[in-house]
Design a protein around this ligand. Structure first.
Ligand SMILES: Nc1ncnc2c1ncn2[C@@H]1O[C@H](COP(=O)(O)OP(=O)(O)OP(=O)(O)O)[C@@H](O)[C@H]1O
Ligand SMILES: [Mg+2]
Length: 254
């Protein structure tokens, strides 16, 4: 009997490149994201990790390259159209509205993911869908009991979890998470890492993260970027042992 075919990627980027004037922030990057395979992208500050997410989400247009989702090249599409293809992203800087409640923040995110231009007066059934999606997203990240709180009063770690809930509320297939653990204490980071590992069983997850303990504990595949380019990609153990990675990133002497 033949082995079961590997699941095909939900998103495939090829030759992805972004220049800012003379600077090549992302250089000829190939990347596959598959449901069930948590793919971490690591690299020093300025390596191009957030720019890569911005290209995949449509927040920035690539200078060159392809981004295939379900057979369609979406490179250069505006963010709202890419979002409709099932891509959700979180931001490195928390993007919440501190004056609103936790539930209101997630509802707005759910609404943004669904509302078409001119469709703000959603029928009641659609509003119920939005509330249900928002509540489910809050439950997933463990913030259900905080729904009525003013978002600005949450702890820093809870605000990062809310940021993840806001991404989930649009019910994406592909999740692009930009440093979701930034600023968390070790226990909170570990718990959120477990949450993200759980999400990766039913989403294709790209995790950009500096917390190496969490990355190497939960990633199925690790890609290392330096100066915009991929210097290594593969199974976590192989990447960790790669001499180029150790010198360029993990801070070891040659
Ligand atoms: N809009 C922009 N205009 C000009 N240069 C930019 C822009 N966005 C990013 N850059 C530059 O591109 C490079 C990559 O930046 P990017 O934010 O993608 O790095 P990063 O890997 O996310 O870093 P960090 O770990 O600090 O978040 C940097 O040199 C940055 O200054
Ligand atoms: Mg960044």
């Amino acid at each position: 009997m033949s082995a079961p075919a590997a699941p095909s990627p939900a998103l495939s980027a090829r030759g992805l490149t972004r220049r800012f004037g003379g600077l090549v922030a992302v250089r000829d990057v190939d990347l596959d994201l598959t449901v069930g395979e948590l793919h971490a992208v690591i690299g020093p500050n300025g390596a191009g990790k957030s720019t890569l997410i911005n290209l995949l989400s449509g927040d920035l247009a690539p200078t060159a390259g392809e981004i295939r989702i379900g057979g369609t090249d979406v490179a250069g599409w505006p963010a709202f159209r890419i979002a409709r293809r099932g891509v959700g992203r979180s931001y490195q800087r928390t993007n919440i509205l501190g004056e609103l409640t936790v539930l209101e923040n997630v509802r707005l995110a759910a609404q943004r993911g669904r509302t078409t231009v001119g469709g703000l007066l959603a029928p009641a059934g659609r509003r119920r869908d939005i509330v249900a999606a928002a509540e489910a997203a809050l439950a997933t990240v463990g913030l259900a009991s905080r729904a009525a709180r003013t978002a600005g009063l949450l702890s820093h770690g809870e605000q990062r979890q809310l940021e993840i809930a806001m991404t989930l509320a649009t019910e994406p297939t592909i999740l692009l998470l930009d440093e979701p653990l930034a600023g968390m204490g070790p226990e909170e980071a570990e718990a959120t890492g477990r949450l993200i590992a759980g999400l990766a069983t039913r989403h294709a997850v790209l995790l950009v993260e500096h917390d190496m303990d969490v990355v190497f504990a939960i990633a199925k595949r690790v890609t290392v970027m330096v100066n915009g380019a991929v210097i290594a990609t593969g199974l976590p153990d192989a990447v960790r042992a790669d001499p180029q990675v150790r010198i360029a990133y993990l801070g070891e002497d040659a």
